[in-house]
Design a protein around this ligand. Structure first.
Ligand code: PLP
Length: 402
């Protein structure tokens, strides 16, 4: 049997494993230390009561002959798709048709699987730093060349840093697909409509596709900032959008997401909507009835009120982090329309050195920026997903160390 050499050549999942290793070593040497974690990328608040009620009701229905449901439709129940369109798109003036929405078990699966629609030699670009799934899934398919000194030889990196205001430059060479994620993980920054328009115009002119990851859109608190790329004219011809209930409604352990592939998005004379439908129908057997009922409850009036309260809780944590860093004279970004704060390390310290310093002196864990890509070096990610109490305590310690 010949193995997939591209998969075997992937660098080890180094970042969070290395973080865990260093924390474990420190804990073993300092058993009394109370470590506070601002590296958490997972939500921590419980599911909204409206969602729990919907789950229980659906479970009861499943135990009756009339209410039992077997395989769900491959692309999701119409009642959930209608709720998504009415809740997430219609209020923003975006028209999306039922057959353009594909319900799934996660944005991670979708952004990882979408590359199956691209030719083997499609040229890929990502912003740098970046959520690693876009890179690794294309590397597994053999599109990125070799991994040399922390970079893929055949991947276009669009560096985002304090100097360019975290606005990615357009690719300078021929690129077929650009992955954009806003609000961004890890930088927590957003793009305005005008800034997104530049990418949409470029994609239309260059016959390129944008894969837009909007997993954190629920954190946007300013109506002027687009929650969907389809708020930008022309995007329905050149963009696929991936959304998730994970960060919107605490579904990281419940698993539900959706991807929009507009009917007009066409390359090589083929509609990507048809290709994605074909791919999903073959390899994916739908999201459970219970989960889809739970996701539908997110859009009920009580559900909306409850999820917004949770997001407000995380937002307050982010505000506390930003305020503390400002007090310590540290440059920090994001954290307003996002649960992520992206700070500059003091005096340009390498991000792993800063990780060690914070762990030893403050017993606080964050995530070194270098782990998200070469342009992340010199930066550090803190997250708003801990409790308010722990966030306050962690920030006090960070400020005193700095
Ligand atoms: N996209 C981004 C940018 C993320 O940061 C994450 C999770 O951290 C995901 C997608 C995963 O979403 P899901 O839980 O729906 O798979």
């Amino acid at each position: 049997m010949k193995i997939n050499k591209n998969l075997a050549a992937l660098p080890a999942g180094y970042l969070f494993a290395e973080v865990a290793k260093r924390v474990k070593t420190f804990s073993a040497e300092n058993p009394d230390a109370r470590i506070l974690r601002l590296g958490i990328g997972d939500v921590t608040r419980p599911l909204a009561p409206a969602v729990v009620a919907a789950l229980k009701k659906a479970a009861d229905e499943m135990g009756t002959p009339e209410g039992f449901h077997g395989y769900s439709p491959d692309f999701g129940y119409d009642w959930l798709i209608d709720a998504i369109i009415a809740g997430d798109y219609a209020p923003r003036g975006v028209e999306i048709a039922r057959d353009e929405v594909f319900v799934s078990d996660g944005a991670k699966s979708d952004v990882g699987n979408l590359q199956e629609l691209f030719g083997p030699d499609a040229q890929i670009a990502v912003t740098d730093p970046v959520y690693p799934v876009y890179v690794d899934s294309n590397a597994m398919a053999g599109r990125l060349g070799d991994y040399v000194n922390g970079k893929w030889t055949n991947l276009t990196y669009l560096p985002c840093n304090a100097e360019n205001g975290f606005v990615p430059p357009l690719p300078e060479k021929r690129v077929d697909v650009v992955y954009l994620c806003y609000p961004n993980n890890p930088t927590g920054t957003v793009l305005t409509k005008e800034q997104l328009q530049v990418f949409v115009d470029w994609a239309l002119e260059n016959d390129a596709l944008i894969v837009y990851d909007a997993a954190y859109k629920a954190f946007i608190s300013d109506d002027a900032i687009p929650r969907s790329i389809y708020e930008v004219p022309g995007a329905k011809k050149c963009a696929i959008e991936c959304c998730s209930f994970s960060k919107t409604a605490g579904f990281t352990g419940t698993r539900c997401a959706y991807t929009v592939v507009p009917g007009e998005v066409t390359y090589d004379g083929v509609r990507l909507n048809r290709l994605w439908g074909r791919r999903q129908a073959t390899k994916f057997n739908g999201v459970s009835y219970l989960t889809q009922r739970a996701a539908q409850a997110v859009y009920s009036p009580e559900g909306q009120k409850q999820i917004l309260e949770t997001i407000a809780y995380y937002r307050e944590n982010a505000r506390v982090i930003l305020a503390g860093l400002k007090k310590a004279g540290i440059l920090a970004f994001g954290g307003v329309h996002s649960p992520y704060v992206w700070m500059k390390t003091p005096e340009g310290m390498p991000s792993w050195d800063f990780f060690d310093l914070l762990l030893k002196k403050a017993q606080v864990v964050g995530t070194p920026g270098e782990g998200f890509g070469p342009a992340g070096e010199g930066y550090f990610r803190l997250t708003a997903f801990n409790t308010l109490e722990n966030t306050r305590a962690a920030v006090e310690r960070i400020v005193s160390v700095l």
